[in-house]
Design a protein around this ligand. Structure first.
Ligand code: ATP
Ligand code: MG
Length: 554
């Protein structure tokens, strides 16, 4: 697909343009800051395309920084999968990969600085007591009895916390801001807690770990980030972001801007929920082709171009909304229609015997890999006396609208001959078991001389030369547009999100590249599964948008 090469405009680009024009900055430096506690999903792709895209367009830089302050929930597999997904999407970060944990020493120093300035204190209140004192959105909070401990005592307590002398949950370090603030995040937020956890980067060096809000702004400042972009739920936290940077000795003060997160219909985009789907085995791992993860989309046959194009089309705003799955599918369809090789497969096979074709002959026909792109070349297609066609492509009787095979009538077999249906053999239940046909040897690549017309064109696969394959047909993972809004989102999982059929595919597909989507003529886009040992194809997307139709049926 030709990616739209028009530069998007959005409010963030307007801010950057203004900053550059006014000399606030002379360059752009962004970052993508995932927490390595799960695989990336399509929502993250929006943030990746935004951050890396800005750096590209303004000849700036973009860091990949792991926000790794929660060792218990993080691991190195997640780190690696995230690097892999960002690269696959077509982006490269500037310099080495960064980790917030690279800054643990400095973060600790800044915490000490806040204590020294009387702006942080160690609180020994129970969690329950802290919760009660915090107040509510309507009621202001109340000061903790530990709020006025002396600087010296606080320094000693924090040193003990750091040395592992207090058990987990016994005390926390809190910023001393304002317990009456209308912003809950400003009511003396916790900035350090005790955790005896092994960290994937720093090992057992620390038993105190900084909290996200304290870490994020300082990491941005250390890296010289100019525009720190995050999703709207952090809007209130911007006060805390600025408060921390205003109160420690650090030169750089990045500005935070918030944009709306991507919500996609009929799926969930929250790592917590995706983890649950994996752990409770509702899906077959993070890269199950039904998952909205980058790894899942990739295994399903989505291309990096199609995902980048999707992110372009949805744009960046401050408005929360729900994007239709059809938007994402339109992007992959546009790409594959232009770029996917064609092939033939039959998913519901009906045996056809061509009675006037020699029994042992295997004729190698040549078929174009793409109807309008000759550069994609040709492939060999074996034609034989026995072939399979799609069961629904034959009817004993039908009106004119049925442009396929009917008894006594002719169709063209794609890339091959005219075929005429002579008689159908049935079993005791009346199901057709074999269809007997004849072919016209003088119709390969040309119409019959007498001007006869075929009713339509159908696909087929040689019975003796074709290869059996398992084909997995995917549907939406959830039955409702907004599963996250349900009391228990797993109750709304679509039990028919995957249908497995046994089909037969043309022999060239045995060597298909895993993950690279092809068009099965008249059926949709499919790619060879990269995990299965046997021959398995995943349906990437159908040929047409069927969602609108399903919607209409309620
Ligand atoms: P989740 O809610 O799925 O757990 P998260 O925000 O906790 O996501 P992070 O790893 O912290 O996940 O996210 C990294 C970056 O990606 C953040 O800047 C975050 O704002 C952004 N991001 C996460 N989800 C979305 C989304 N649905 N749309 C756009 N950006 C997102
Ligand atoms: Mg997060």
């Amino acid at each position: 697909m030709a990616e739209t090469d028009i530069r998007p405009t959005n409010f963030i680009r307007q801010i950057i343009d203004k900053d550059l024009a006014e000399g606030v900055h002379n360059h752009v430096h962004t970052r993508f800051p995932p927490e390595p506690n799960g695989y990336l999903h399509i929502g993250h792709a929006k943030s990746i395309c935004l951050n890396f895209g800005l750096a590209q367009d303004y000849q700036g830089q973009c860091n990949l920084r792991f926000d790794d302050t929660n060792p218990e929930k993080e691991n190195i597999d997640y780190v690696n999968s995230i690097k892999d997904d960002v690269t696959w999407l077509g982006f490269s970060w500037d310099g080495e990969v960064c980790y917030s944990s690279d800054y643990f020493d400095r973060l600790h120093g800044y915490a000490v600085e806040l204590i020294e300035k009387g702006l942080a204190y160690v609180d020994f209140s129970s969690q329950e007591a802290m919760r009660e004192l915090r107040g509510t959105l309507k009621e202001p909070g109340k000061n903790s009895p530990y709020r006025d401990t002396s600087v010296e005592e606080n320094l000693a307590h924090f040193a003990k916390m750091t040395a592992g002398e207090y058990p987990e949950g016994h005390c926390v370090l809190r910023a001393k801001i304002d317990m009456t603030s209308p912003f809950m995040c400003m009511r003396d937020p916790v900035i350090y807690r005790v955790k005896f956890a092994h960290h994937h980067q720093t090992g057992d060096k620390w038993c105190v770990y900084p909290m996200y809000d304290f870490t994020h702004c300082i990491s941005d400042a250390i890296e010289g980030i100019t525009h720190s972009l995050c999703t709207l739920e952090f809007q209130d936290n911007r006060r805390l972001y600025d408060w921390v940077l205003d109160n420690i000795s650090i030169e750089c003060h990045p500005r935070q801007y918030e944009f709306s997160r991507l919500n996609l219909e009929y799926t969930v985009l929250s790592k917590r929920k995706l983890i649950q789907l994996v752990e409770e085995q509702h899906v077959d791992g993070w890269d199950d082709p039904r998952m909205p993860t980058i790894a899942g989309l990739r295994r399903r046959g989505y291309t990096p171009v199609s995902i980048r194009e999707f992110c372009k089309r949805i744009g960046v705003t401050k408005m929360d909304n729900m994007v239709e799955m059809g938007m994402l599918e339109a992007c992959i369809r546009d790409d594959l229609n232009q770029n996917a090789a064609r092939a033939m497969a039959v998913l519901d096979p009906l045996k056809v015997v061509i009675e006037n074709y020699p029994a042992d002959q295997v004729e190698m026909l040549s078929a174009p890999n793409h109807p309008s792109d000759e550069s994609m070349g040709q492939r060999e297609l074996p034609f034989t006396r026995e072939i399979y066609i799609e069961r629904e492509d034959f009817r004993e009787e039908a009106n004119k609208k049925f442009k396929r095979l009917v008894l006594g009538k002719e169709v063209r077999l794609r890339n091959a001959y005219f075929l005429k249906a002579e008689r159908a053999e049935k079993d005791e239940q009346g199901n057709i078991t074999t269809l007997y046909c004849t072919y016209d040897a003088d119709t390969l690549g040309k119409d019959p001389a007498d001007g006869r017309k075929a009713k339509g064109v159908i696909h087929w696969v040689s019975a003796s030369q074709g290869v059996p394959a398992e084909v997995r047909l995917y549907d939406r993972l959830f039955k409702v547009p907004n599963p996250a809004g349900e009391e228990s989102f797993t109750d709304s999982i679509n039990p028919e999100s995957m249908t497995v059929v046994q089909g037969i595919v043309e022999p060239s597909l045995v060597n298909a590249e895993p993950g690279k989507a092809l068009q099965f003529e008249r059926l949709g886009y499919f790619c060879k599964d990269k995990r299965a040992d046997n021959l398995v194809f995943n349906r990437t997307v159908g040929l047409r948008d069927t969602w609108a139709k399903i919607e209409g049926q309620g």
